[in-house]
Design a protein around this ligand. Structure first.
Ligand code: NAD
Ligand SMILES: O=C(O)C(=O)C[C@@H](O)[C@H](O)[C@H](O)COP(=O)(O)O
Ligand code: ZN
Length: 346
C-alpha cells in the first residue's frame, strides 16, 4: 500500500499536486448537510482548483445505505463524471465510507480522496480503504477495499464538532492503543480528552501501520476489529429499534471493548488488573448502556453476520495484554452471557 495519509499544510499541498498532475475530467465534492455548512468553506479556502459539483447527502448512520448511493451515482452521472473524474469525500466516516464505495463502483472505479472532518474519521474511517454501506441495519455488509488516492487531515474541522462525536472518535483511539501500542494507551489514559495533533497522528499511524501489512484483512488487520464483534451487533440492534436512544459507532465500540476485554480475561490471558484498567478508562467517558437480559440472544444472532466469521464460527479479536491482540479466538455463549453480567454489574 502506498503511503497516502497527509496532514495540514503538507497535506493540502499534496492534494493540490494530485489534482494538478491528475488531469481530472471533473472534480466533485461529497458532503453531508452538516459538513456542507461547517466544513466546505474551510476546505475551499485551502484548495485553488475548480470544483465542478457538490453532492450533499443527509447526515447520520441511517443514511449509509443503498438509497443514498443511488442518489450519489445519479448525481455523478448528471455532472458528467467519467472514469477520469475525482470524488472528494469531505465528512465523517459515513461520508468517507459511502463516498468511497460509490466512487469505487462508479464506472467500475473512479479516484477518490478522503478529507475527514470528525476525530473518528481522522484516526480511523478515512484510512485503510474499507468502503461500504449498511444492508438493512447490518453494518458494512456491502463494500469494497479500495484505497483513496490521498487522505488529507486538517484539524481545523474539529473546531465545530460536537463533544459527543469527539468522544466517539476517542473510542477508536483507545482501541489503537489496546491492540497495538501500550504507550499510546498510556498517553490517552493520562491526557483523557485533551489530545493534540501528535496524538491524532500517532493514532492514525497505528492504523496505517497495520493496514500496510495486510490491506485485505487476511490476518493482522483483523486486530482493528477489537470491540467490533459485539460492538457492531449492539450498534445494529440500536439502529433497528428506533425507540432506543441513538448510539454512535464509537459508543457501541466502547461497550464492545469492555465486553471483549472481559472475554480476553477469560480466554486469552488478559490480567484482571488490565481488565479493571480498561473498564475504568472506558467507563470514564462512556455511559453504561442498559442492556436487558433477553437482548443478549439477539446480539448473538446479529454477530452471525460478522465479516470475520468462517465456516459458521464467530471469530473474536481478544487481548493478551494491553498493546497486544490476538485474532481468531472462539468463545462460548456462556462466556458471552458472563461478559454482559460483568458489564452490567460494574
Ligand atoms: N472504513 C473504516 O475503516 C471505518 C472505521 C471506523 C468507522 N467507520 C464508520 O464510520 C462511521 C462513523 O463515522 P463518524 O463517527 O465520523 O460519523 P458521521 O460521519 O456520521 O459524523 C458524525 C456527525 O458529525 C457531523 N460532522 C462531521 N464533521 C463535522 C464537523 N467538522 N463539524 C460539525 N459536524 C460534523 C456529521 O454530519 C454527523 O452528523 C460509521 O458508519 C462506522 O461504521 C468506518
Ligand atoms: O479498518 C479496519 O479494518 C477496521 O476494522 C476499523 C474499524 O474501526 C471500522 O469500524 C471498520 O469499518 C469495521 O470493519 P468491518 O469489516 O467489521 O465492517
Ligand atoms: Zn470502528
Amino acid at each position: 500500500m502506498q503511503k497516502n495519509v497527509y496532514f495540514e499544510t503538507l497535506g493540502t499541498a499534496s492534494l493540490n499536486q494530485l489534482v494538478q498532475n491528475g488531469n481530472y475530467s471533473k472534480i466533485i465534492v461529497l458532503v453531508d448537510e452538516n459538513t456542507h455548512e461547517k466544513c466546505l468553506d474551510k476546505f475551499m479556502e485551502r484548495t485553488p482548483f475548480t470544483i465542478d459539483g457538490i453532492i450533499t447527502i443527509k447526515p447520520g448512520e441511517e443514511h449509509k445505505n443503498i438509497t443514498t448511493c443511488n442518489m450519489v451515482w445519479q448525481s455523478l452521472a448528471d455532472f458528467g463524471c467519467d472514469r477520469k473524474s475525482l470524488l472528494i469525500n469531505l465528512g465523517g466516516g459515513v461520508v468517507t465510507d459511502l463516498g468511497g464505495f460509490t466512487a469505487s463502483t462508479f464506472k467500475r472505479g473512479m479516484d477518490f480522496v478522503n478529507v475527514p472532518t470528525t476525530l473518528l474519521s481522522m484516526v480511523d474511517a478515512a484510512i485503510g480503504g474499507k468502503t461500504g454501506i449498511d444492508f438493512g441495519v447490518l453494518k458494512n455488509q456491502i463494500g469494497t477495499i479500495t484505497q483513496p488516492k490521498l487522505v488529507l487531515i486538517l484539524q481545523t474541522f474539529l473546531e465545530t464538532l460536537e463533544k459527543r462525536q469527539f468522544v466517539s472518535g476517542y473510542a477508536e483511539m483507545l482501541k489503537h492503543g489496546l491492540i497495538a501500542k501500550h504507550a499510546h494507551w498510556e498517553t490517552l489514559k493520562q491526557k483523557q480528552l485533551e489530545i493534540d495533533a501528535d496524538d491524532i497522528e500517532a493514532s492514525s499511524q497505528v492504523k496505517v501501520g497495520i493496514v500496510e501489512q495486510d490491506p485485505y484483512e487476511m490476518g493482522v488487520r483483523k486486530k482493528l476489529n477489537f470491540g467490533h464483534t459485539l460492538g457492531h451487533a449492539i450498534e445494529s440492534y440500536y439502529l433497528e429499534h428506533l425507540t432506543k436512544p441513538t448510539l454512535l459507532h464509537g459508543e457501541a465500540i466502547a461497550a464492545g471493548m469492555i465486553l471483549e476485554g472481559y472475554l480476553s480475561h477469560k480466554v486469552s490471558g488478559l490480567s484482571k488488573v488490565s481488565l479493571d484498567e480498561i473498564n475504568k478508562v472506558v467507563s470514564a467517558h462512556f455511559d453504561k448502556i442498559d442492556f436487558e437480559k433477553d437482548e443478549i440472544p439477539i446480539f448473538i444472532d446479529l454477530m452471525k453476520h460478522d465479516k470475520k466469521n468462517t465456516h459458521g464460527n464467530i471469530n473474536f479479536v481478544l487481548l493478551r495484554e494491553i498493546g497486544n491482540a490476538v485474532i481468531d479466538c472462539k468463545v462460548s455463549e456462556k462466556e458471552i452471557q458472563e461478559a454482559f453480567s460483568y458489564y452490567m454489574d460494574r
